[in-house]
Write a protein that binds this ligand. Structure first.
Ligand code: CP3
Length: 343
């Protein structure tokens, strides 16, 4: 049975476009909150295959999305490199920040796949339960984004600690990026071997890098990950999401051999159609806040995206993760509008 999302990754337009949402398993869903409370610890939820598989499947069951995305987090990679991560409710992730070379040297050289074994088991469980037309996506964070959390030890508004580290000790920072390239490639290879149909590389913080640093810390490391993955798994399908890069998008899609590019909600749709979509399928890019707002603004935003992108290969998605305060009725309204006749 064919999967519409994989058709689009193979450059075949589909009408209506396949649809899934970044962070589609999450706090806006009552059934997620129920499981999350039972698991009490977020990482325990990620590393308990039965529960992780259940929350992965919840949004597909409720809304009939065209893809399921593995329930996990980009920060399980530092965790499996020996930098423990904690998630505190209301505070987001917390890690012991890496302040200097000594912090770097304390990391494991290789990813501990024993720690990540439950993730691979989750993939197998989800795979067995998914309807045949629904694609299963794996993912990792891009090295720059993951490094920025490892250095700051938490979320920050502009990743100042990582930028300072990279300018102050480029050789040390290169060592960290190299380690993350190896770790991310081997993590994605295992996910693909366990059964995901494609993987997405989240570079949430790509957009705060100046042009040369975008090349050095985002584009080149992502190229290397993809080359390694495809050495092991020829034809492996990869979606890139360099959030916030603006016109840097052009360089990203020219230089990184991806099967689709995720668009944040700020990019100009016509620029993307004319300059990007004929090279590579696009995915996105509804503003998560317009989905919270609903009403006419939501309908108009959906129509505009469909109007501009529908002639080429296109996956409907948000421009970043769905927000916890999103009303379920707005998600239903969006699905009906994307899939049904427009009014
Ligand atoms: O449904 C899915 O998309 C799959 C699961 C998924 C999560 N995180 C679950 C999660 C995915 C793909 C991610 C990616 C992720 N994690 C990114 C990249 C994409 C993005 O959103 O920018 C980043 C930067 C992280 C790091 C992270 N994880 C932060 C900053 C936070 C705290 C902020 C928040 O939303 O709470 C998390 C926690 C997290 N990851 C939650 C979920 C469902 C919420 C935790 C909870 O349920 O208590």
């Amino acid at each position: 049975m064919n999967k519409p999302l994989l058709d689009v990754l193979d450059h075949q337009p589909r009408i209506p476009p396949p649809i899934w949402l970044m962070r589609q398993a999450g706090r806006y869903l009552p059934e997620y909150r129920f499981v999350r409370e039972k698991a009490d610890d977020f990482l325990k939820l990620c590393f308990t295959p039965k529960l992780a598989a259940e929350v992965t499947l919840q949004p597909v069951r409720r809304f009939g999305f065209d893809a399921a995305i593995l329930f996990s987090d980009i920060l399980v990679v530092p965790h499996a490199l020996g930098q423990p991560v904690q998630f505190t409710v209301g505070e987001g992730p917390q890690l012991d920040p890496i302040a200097d070379r000594r912090g770097l040297q304390a990391l494991k050289v290789e990813l501990d796949h024993g720690v990540l074994a439950p993730v691979y088991e989750t993939i197998a469980m989800v795979k067995a339960a998914l309807p045949a037309h629904v694609a299963l996506l794996g993912f990792c964070g891009a090295p720059w984004t993951v490094a920025s959390y490892m250095i700051a030890g938490r979320g920050t508004p502009d990743q100042e600690p990582a930028r300072l580290f990279a300018y102050g000790d480029p050789a040390g920072f290169t060592g960290l990026i190299d380690r993350l390239v190896e770790a991310s490639a081997s993590y994605l290879i295992r996910q693909l071997q366990a059964g995901v149909d494609a993987v997405q590389i989240f570079d949430t913080w790509a957009g705060i890098l100046p042009g040369d640093e975008l090349t050095r810390w985002c584009i080149e490391p992502t190229q290397r990950i993809i080359a390694q993955v495809r050495r092991h798994i020829p034809g492996a399908r990869v979606i890139g999401f360099p959030r916030g890069v603006g016109t840097g998008l052009l360089r990203y899609v020219e230089d990184v051999p991806i099967d689709a590019v995720g668009l944040d909600w700020t990019v100009d749709l016509v620029f993307v159609r004319d300059q990007i979509q004929w090279r590579v399928p696009v995915q996105g890019n509804l503003d998560p806040l317009v989905l919270v707002a609903g009403g006419d603004a939501l309908d108009r935003a959906i129509d505009r995206i469909l109007e501009v992108f529908s002639e080429g290969p296109f996956i409907f998605n948000l421009g970043h993760g769905i927000l916890p305060q999103t009303p379920l009725a707005h998600v239903e309204r969006m699905l009906a509008r994307v899939r049904g006749p427009r009014s």
